[in-house]
Design a protein around this ligand. Structure first.
Ligand code: NAD
Ligand code: UDP
Length: 340
């Protein structure tokens, strides 16, 4: 069976991807330093898939401990999720972000060469598109001009991977640019569980629903959009996870080199439309107010998804209602965990 190393495999997207990989028949080895996840996620993944996993509590920046995974396993491919991901924290602690995100991918590239591994998938972000062109963004839209250190780490790593591929002509690298991953597994057993006060819309709303926060502030309703609020391309995390399986399947027969794909739905949804969808799922309204714009927010961002559709045969299936309903179910589970 093909062994896939999933770094950051206990995190939000990683855990859902482990589930999808397992159901597609891949054998998965997980590495995570638990800096933004909990060991209990491992049990929860096992409960969903009815499988056990080899787990390594390692920091992927640390070459010698990460090397052990490769010495003990015949790894066929790597999906590298491990990284720090908060835009606001990256502005406060840029060096932590550059150091963690860049050193970890350097270690992985070294080990890929030393152990003759040919396939690597890297988690990039739509944030690399910045404001340089108008949406929908295609994979060829200009990148750079990022507004925060987190975005720059993704942009720099993308460049590093192109250099790596130029120097190693047997390697296949897929860069996946995620739009806005939201929602949770249907079982309600895994989902996003951010440390501290969330910056992102979905976890903030579910925090309001659970009574943790008094109300949602919508950052601006005076944009030139359908209802004045910003538009994003929200993609259900299980669809996103499925996109990784499709990418691995594609790499089985693809040529060496770097391929870049957007993973989104291709549909834009406004903040107010998200609020309406939550209210519909709940059957009642919740508390929100309109506040000032948030600095650095793009008015509109959504993907052109044609390339992923044509080459990966990937198409996100779940609706915004599915995203809200699964987030609410997961929030109920978190409340129970917290009250245990
Ligand atoms: P997450 O924080 O939930 O998961 C990342 C996991 O990596 C965590 O479990 C953390 O403990 C682990 N980790 C961090 N640094 C590590 C290191 N040096 N060694 C080992 N483990 C380490 O984040 P996520 O939302 O699942 O995101 C996964 C990846 O996708 C990240 O690279 C992120 O930048 C990228 N991404 C996320 C989003 C999003 O909105 N969630 C959007 C675009 C891209
Ligand atoms: N947003 C909001 N209130 C919040 C958090 C987010 O109005 O408390 C808005 C934000 O301005 C953006 C959208 O929701 O237009 C999505 O924000 P998020 O941070 O989730 O994603 P990103 O802006 O990074 O794409």
């Amino acid at each position: 069976m093909t062994k896939v190393l999933v770094t950051g495999g206990l995190g939000y997207i990683g855990s859902h991807t482990v589930v999808e990989l397992s159901s597609a028949g891949y054998e998965v080895v997980i590495a995570d330093n638990l800096s933004n996840s909990k060991l209990s996620v491992l049990e929860r993944i096992s409960k969903i898939t009815n499988q056990t996993y080899e787990f390594y509590n390692v920091d992927c920046c640390d070459y010698s401990s990460t090397k052990e995974i490769f010495e003990k396993n015949k790894i066929d491919s790597i999906i590298h999720f491990a990284g720090l991901k908060s835009v606001s924290e990256s502005i406060q602690k840029p060096i932590d972000y550059y150091s963690n995100n860049i050193e970890s991918i350097i270690t992985i590239q070294r080990l890929i060469c030393e152990h003759n591994i040919s396939k690597l998938i890297f988690s990039s972000s739509a944030t690399v598109y910045g404001e340089l062109s108008d949406p929908p963004f295609t994979e060829d839209s200009p990148t750079g001009a990022c507004t925060n250190p987190y975005g720059w780490t993704k942009w720099m790593i993308e460049q590093m991977l192109r250099d790596f591929s130029n120097a190693n002509n047997d390697k296949k690298v897929v860069i996946l640019r995620y739009f806005n991953p939201v929602g949770a597994h249907d079982s309600g057993l895994i989902g996003e569980d951010p440390n501290g006060i969330p910056n992102n819309l979905f976890p903030y709303i579910t925090g309001v629903l659970s009574g943790k926060y008094e109300k949602l502030t919508i950052y601006g309703d005076d944009y030139d959009t359908i209802d004045g609020t910003c538009i994003r391309d929200y993609i259900h995390v299980c669809d996103l996870a499925q996109g990784h399986v499709k990418a691995l399947q594609y790499m089985q027969n693809s040529r060496a080199g770097v391929d870049v794909f957007n993973l989104g739905t291709g549909r834009g949804t406004s903040v107010k439309q998200v609020v309406d969808a939550f209210e519909k799922s709940l059957g009642h309204s919740f508390n929100y107010e309109i506040g000032p714009r948030r600095e650095g927010d793009l008015p509109v961002a959504y993907a052109n998804t044609l390339k992923a559709k044509e080459i990966l045969q990937f198409c996100a299936k779940r609706s915004i209602d599915d995203m809200c309903t699964s987030s609410i179910k997961w929030q109920t589970e978190i409340n129970e965990i917290t009250h245990d």
